[in-house]
Structure formats: structure tokens, C-alpha cells
Design a binder for this molecule. Structure first.
Ligand code: NAP
Length: 491
């Protein structure tokens, strides 16, 4: 006999964002039989960071076959490291193949999300309103450009834009180009444009460690083998050397004095010493902090690019931007036609500036006033049935965030199931679980290499790394199943 208690609840689910994690949510919800799902996407296309970043040289520095959904291998990757446009095309294909496009409402930016009377009430910029029982925030980490605070930026007479807002109408060949910033983005742009510009000036405030990597193209024979042999393709996705390297790397960053981190430092130092001939340039490129304190940069060609006859490394410090270019503190004007701001992102925003309000009118902005955090990076006390993928304090670093999102999804799915199967109508982390997690996390994070004395987007407003500070293995164990004692369940 079926009673209303045994019939699963029909839940309405709203997903915020149709990037990698939002697409994953849509596929998983569809496969689990959820029929009332809407993914709100502020732009006109899926893809998130891969839609927004189109700069020359854009490449994912995680190996192609590891940067895939576990359930959707791709035999057609053209290179060891995938070009950005291929990653974008991969996500667009997944949307088509799993038929989740009908779920997506494009050009709908959520501006408010408030929990009232047991449901989430959403307001879109367009004026559209919606309600949901469950909300999945899949808004990404690096999507609000951070503009450099440099005097006179607006006075530049040439073309200037942020790396994530590339203006493809601007001619680059034979131009005088300046690039501010040498994170993963600035390094890739420099590497792509050296030789195309009549002169390219790389403005470096802080030197970066560069880890060597090869980026070979897959041959037609290799791709044919991937297509015809699913076992081989699966093995590529779970390539043992790569997985072992990720484990070695993620363990190494936990201890700035570990032999493993010293080994990584030795490889990066060797890369610099063997790649850069001029001792003066080499000295300028040598960082004065521990390797991997900032996100480690993998590049096959940056050192070659910066030594190009029509390239210059500028380390004098920027005084201001003027109509004609960038003036450095030594008084020199670096005349430019194009100025690229590869100055990074506001990594502490997550779903903000959206106004998220939990139970009893509690504002997310107030809860996160000191630092954004969430229990195990997925749930916030006072915000029932609200779950995050790649939320604050999750693992970030030189590995695939797709794998992290999939693990988080498997965990969140179990919490949603509690509501669906009527074991409760609201579920959220308890304040005690959140406090214990935060206290332990902050203490551990301070001792990682991320907290060893450099500035980076990993650090929160108080200088504490905002990252998962334990091993990947511990994360996997934590994501295996929710500890019910750490969750408050309301009837
Ligand atoms: P980022 O790592 O935050 O680097 C920003 C750069 O801008 C830094 O070099 C910073 O200098 C510089 N900068 C900022 N304000 C400045 C100012 N006022 N004057 C001079 N320099 C200034 O940003 P990103 O390179 O865009 O990379 C962000 C993250 O995106 C990466 O860490 C990575 O996680 C991801 N990403 C990944 C890939 C990939 O291949 N998977 C590619 C690109 C990006 P300081 O170091 O001195 O602060």
C-alpha cells in the first residue's frame, strides 16, 4: 500500500548558473527523475568561466582527459592540455547529449533568493519570480573580474580590457601590447602574443614559480584508439601517473617544509635556471616565496615568450596609466596601443552580489562578513535546502574542479534525498558542526603552503587560506556520506 508518507515528494529545484557545475547538476537531477528543475543562467550561453574567458592562449592546465565528467569521456581532445574553446564545446555537447537545454532559462540573472514559509523565493533582474524547495548554487569561483587599482586607468587612449572580457575587435598583430598581471592568465596571454606584437611588455609585480609541462597534440592514431577502445579511454581519464601527481602535490602543499614541496620547488627552479639565459632577467623572474604559495603556474612556453626579442619584462612598478601607455616608477612611459588587465578575480563573491537571505531574515552578507565559509563547503546553517558546488573552503588548486563538483554532488544528492523521501522537509548543517569545521579548518589552513607568506586569491580578508586544508583522500571520505549528527532536520 502506498501512503502519502511513502510517495516521494515532488520537489522543485532551482540551479544557479549553467557552467560546469550547473550542467552537472542538471544532468544528475534529470537522471534521478526530478521533473521540476530550472537552471537560471545570466548569460545567453552555457559554459561559465569557459564562456567568459576567450583570451588568446586560453588553455586548461589540467590534462584534457582528466578535465571531463567521469561519465562523459571525450576521445576527441586534440592536445594533452585542452584549449579553452574545446572545453567550451565539450560542455555545450554535454548539454545537448543529456538534453538538459529545456531546463535552462538563459539571460535570467537571479538578484535575490530568500527563504520564507519553507520555500526559497527567487527574483530575477528581468522581473521574473520563482519558488523552489531546493536551491543549488553553482555560480563558480572566479567570475567577477578584479580591476587593478591603478591611477589613470580610464585615461588610456588605446584599447584596454580585462582578460575575461576580451575585445576580439581589437587588432593585435604588429601592435604595442601591455599585459598587467602574471598569474595563470597573464602567462598564457604573454605566451600566445609574444611574436605577434611589435612589442609586448609584461608588467610583473611579483615573480611567479613556473612548473614545466609539455603540451603535445594527440595524433590521429591516438584519437582513433580512444574512440574505438572504451577501456583505453577510461584509463586515460584515470591516468595513474596524473592521479599520483595530484595526490603528491595536494599532500605536499599541506606542509611547506615537506620534502615533496622542496622537490616541486627544485623542479621549478631548475626550469627557470635552464630556460632563461640572462642572469639579470633570471633574477627578476625568481620568486621570493615558497613554490605553490600562489597557485602554481604550468607553462610549456612562458620563459621562451618572455625572452622573445619583441618582449620585455617590466618590474619597476606601475606609477600610473596615461593616455599613451603605462608609466613606471622609474619615470619611463611604456607606450602602448593595447593594455590587457590580467588582474584576476574577486574570489570571495561566489553567488553574490545576489541578495541571499536565509531563515528568519538572516542575510548571507552578514553571515559572510568576516569570511565566506560553509560546512564542508556545501551547506550553511540557517540556509535550509541550499547547497553549493565549488563553494567556499572547498579544495582548489592544480587539479580538476569537475572531480570536486562530482564528489560534492554525490554528497548533496543524499541530503536532497532526505527531503524527497519525506524524512524531513528542511535540512541544513548545524551551527555546532559549522563552528567545529571552521575552527579546525582555519587552524589547518594557516599551516599550509598557501599561508606561508605570499598574497594570492586563495587568501581571505584576514589573510587565511580559504581552501580545504587537508588531503584529497580526507575530502573523498568526508563526501562519501553526510554525518547525520552534523545536520539539523526539520519536519
Ligand atoms: P591571479 O592569479 O589572481 O593573478 C592576478 C595578477 O594580477 C597577479 O600577477 C597580480 O600581481 C596582478 N595584479 C593585480 N592587481 C595589480 C596591480 N594593481 N598592479 C600590478 N599587478 C596587479 O589571476 P589570473 O591569472 O586570472 O588567475 C586566476 C585563477 O584562474 C588561477 O589561479 C587559476 O585558478 C585560474 N586559471 C586557470 C587556468 C588554467 O589553465 N586552468 C588559466 C587561467 C586562470 P600580484 O601577484 O603581485 O598580486
Amino acid at each position: 500500500m502506498t501512503t502519502s508518507e511513502t510517495v516521494p515528494r515532488e520537489l522543485r529545484v532551482v540551479v544557479m548558473g549553467a557552467g560546469m557545475a550547473g550542467i552537472l547538476s542538471g544532468i544528475k537531477l534529470k537522471q534521478a527523475g526530478f521533473t521540476s528543475v530550472t537552471i537560471y543562467e545570466k548569460a545567453a550561453r552555457v559554459g561559465g568561466t569557459w564562456r567568459e574567458n576567450t583570451y588568446p592562449g586560453l588553455t586548461c592546465d589540467v590534462p584534457s582527459h582528466s578535465y571531463t565528467y567521469s561519465f562523459e569521456p571525450n576521445p576527441d581532445w586534440t592536445r594533452f592540455l585542452p584549449p579553452g574553446a574545446e572545453v567550451q564545446a565539450y560542455f555545450e555537447r554535454a548539454v545537448q547529449k543529456y538534453q538538459i537545454e529545456p531546463m535552462i532559462r538563459f539571460n535570467e540573472e537571479i538578484v535575490a533568493c530568500e527563504f520564507k514559509d519553507g520555500r526559497w523565493h527567487l527574483a530575477m533582474k528581468s522581473g521574473l519570480r520563482d519558488q523552489a524547495d531546493i536551491v543549488i548554487a553553482a555560480t563558480g569561483v572566479l567570475h567577477h573580474p578584479s580591476m587593478p587599482s591603478i591611477a589613470g586607468l580610464d585615461s588610456f587612449a588605446g584599447s584596454s580590457f580585462h582578460s575575461a572580457r576580451w575585445d576580439h575587435t581589437v587588432a593585435l598583430d604588429g601592435k604595442r601590447i601591455g599585459v598587467i598581471g602574471n598569474g595563470s592568465t597573464g602567462v598564457q596571454i604573454m605566451s600566445a602574443l609574444a611574436g605577434r606584437a611589435s612589442m609586448i611588455s609584461h608588467f610583473q609585480r611579483t615573480a611567479q614559480w613556473i612548473f614545466p609541462v609539455q603540451n603535445d597534440a594527440f595524433t590521429e592514431e591516438q584519437k582513433a584508439a580512444f574512440r574505438s577502445d572504451p577501456v583505453l579511454l577510461h584509463r586515460m581519464q584515470n591516468e595513474e601517473t596524473y592521479l599520483a601527481n595530484v595526490e603528491r602535490f595536494t599532500n605536499a602543499v599541506l606542509d611547506p617544509n615537506s620534502p615533496e614541496i622542496r622537490e616541486i620547488e627544485a623542479i621549478a627552479l631548475n626550469n627557470l635556471n635552464h630556460s632563461v639565459a640572462d642572469p639579470v632577467l633570471r633574477a627578476k623572474l625568481l620568486p621570493d616565496y615558497r613554490v605553490a604559495c600562489k597557485r602554481l603556474i604550468f607553462s610549456p612556453d612562458y620563459y621562451r615568450a618572455i625572452q622573445h626579442p619583441q618582449a620585455a619584462l617590466v618590474t619597476d612598478g606601475i606609477e600610473c596609466v596615461e593616455a599613451g601607455g603605462v608609466r613606471t616608477r622609474d619615470g619611463k612611459l611604456h607606450q602602448l596601443d593595447v593594455l590587457v588587465l590580467a588582474s584576476g578575480f574577486k574570489a570571495d563573491q561566489f553567488m553574490r552580489p545576489m541578495n541571499v537571505v536565509g531563515r528568519d531574515g538572516v542575510k548571507l552578507n552578514d553571515v559572510w562578513a568576516k569570511r565566506p565559509s560553509a560546512y564542508l563547503a556545501v551547506s550553511i546553517p540557517g540556509f535550509p535546502n541550499f547547497f553549493m558546488l565549488n563553494g567556499p573552503t572547498g579544495p582548489v588548486g592544480n587539479f580538476s574542479l569537475i572531480d570536486i563538483a562530482e564528489q560534492q554532488w554525490a554528497y548533496i544528492a543524499q541530503l536532497i534525498e532526505l527531503v524527497r523521501s519525506r524524512q524531513c522537509s528542511e535540512v541544513e548543517a548545524t551551527q555546532a558542526a559549522m563552528d567545529d569545521y571552521d575552527t579546525a579548518r582555519i587552524a589547518a589552513a594557516k599551516t599550509t603552503v598557501f599561508g606561508s607568506g605570499c598574497s594570492s586569491w586563495y587568501l581571505d580578508g584576514e589573510g587565511v587560506p580559504a581552501t580545504w586544508p587537508w588531503s584529497q583522500r580526507r575530502f573523498k571520505e568526508a563526501m562519501a556520506a553526510p554525518e547525520q549528527a552534523h545536520f539539523a532536520l526539520r519536519a
